[in-house]
Design a binder for this molecule. Structure first.
Ligand code: MF3
Ligand code: CO
Length: 246
């Protein structure tokens, strides 16, 4: 079955409301397990299906990327405190059509270096999205994201990437934010009208190399540096783009 863009739009709008609600809920003193549980309630309320749950055995609705967790953090029994950073990443579907988005937020009084880092990661994503239109190569998006991050001495991930999205969470092409892994068919791919892509910037304030914890998912930075992750699902339109998760 082909993807239905109107349904992806519905999923995207619902996902934005869910993320905005979870962002407000993520205050000092809050347990990560409470955020996961609230996400389940919100998905029911919005009538969307949480797609991460059971995806290749993933055990939760959310990826909660706390402090040194770069990606795929399984929510665990941890209480947020002021100065922490938290990435909230999830995928939902409406009638089987998906939307994927993520934000990373400072909790309470985070230092200005952490706030600046998160601003840069978001800026890298926004700058890449801004050039999306038919005819643009994936490698052009990668160069922009990589360039913004490295100009600020942050390290883009050479492991995790953005991706096409539709009836499946992860579709062709892969969209890296690091030029180190930008080669092959995906990076040569030229965008066309009605493509739907998840543009993700995944970076560390230090070195982005990761270890995967024993749970098989949670990817933490080897050097314990903070991670940052922003993501939007974007539709390529005739003249440019539409952000479906805005
Ligand atoms: N945005 C994440 C990704 O594309 C969502 C992961 S959901 C999970 O990898 F189930 F795979 F964890
Ligand atoms: Co994604």
């Amino acid at each position: 079955m082909n993807k239905n863009i109107d349904n992806m739009r519905i999923a995207g709008k619902a996902l934005r409301r869910i993320l905005d609600e979870l962002i407000k809920y993520s205050v000092p003193g809050r347990n990560l397990l409470e955020i996961e549980s609230y996400a389940r309630t919100l998905c029911e309320k919005e009538n969307v299906k949480p797609e991460c749950l059971n995806y290749h055995g993933y055990p939760a609705v959310l990826c909660l990327n706390h402090n040194n967790t770069l990606q795929h953090g399984i929510p665990r029994d941890v209480i947020l405190k002021s100065g922490d950073t938290l990435g909230i990443d999830t995928v939902v579907s409406y009638m089987g059509d998906m939307a994927d988005a993520a934000n990373t937020i400072p909790i309470g009084e985070a230092d200005s270096d952490k706030r600046m880092f998160l601003k840069s990661v978001k800026y890298a994503m926004d700058k890449a999205i801004a050039i999306v239109k038919p005819g643009v190569k994936i490698s052009s998006l990668t160069k922009i994201m990589d360039g913004v991050l490295r100009a600020n001495a942050y390290d883009p991930s050479s492991v995790f990437t953005g991706h096409g999205i539709g009836r499946k969470m992860h579709e062709f092409p892969e969209i890296p934010c690091s030029i180190e892994i930008c080669f092959g068919k995906s990076c040569q791919y030229v965008l066309k009208k009605d493509d739907t892509i998840a543009i993700e910037v995944i970076a560390s304030m230090g070195n982005s190399d990761v270890d995967i914890l024993k749970d098989g998912w949670t990817a933490v930075t080897k050097d314990n540096s903070r991670g940052g992750h922003f993501e939007h699902t974007v539709l390529v339109t005739e003249k440019g783009y539409e952000i479906l998760t805005l």
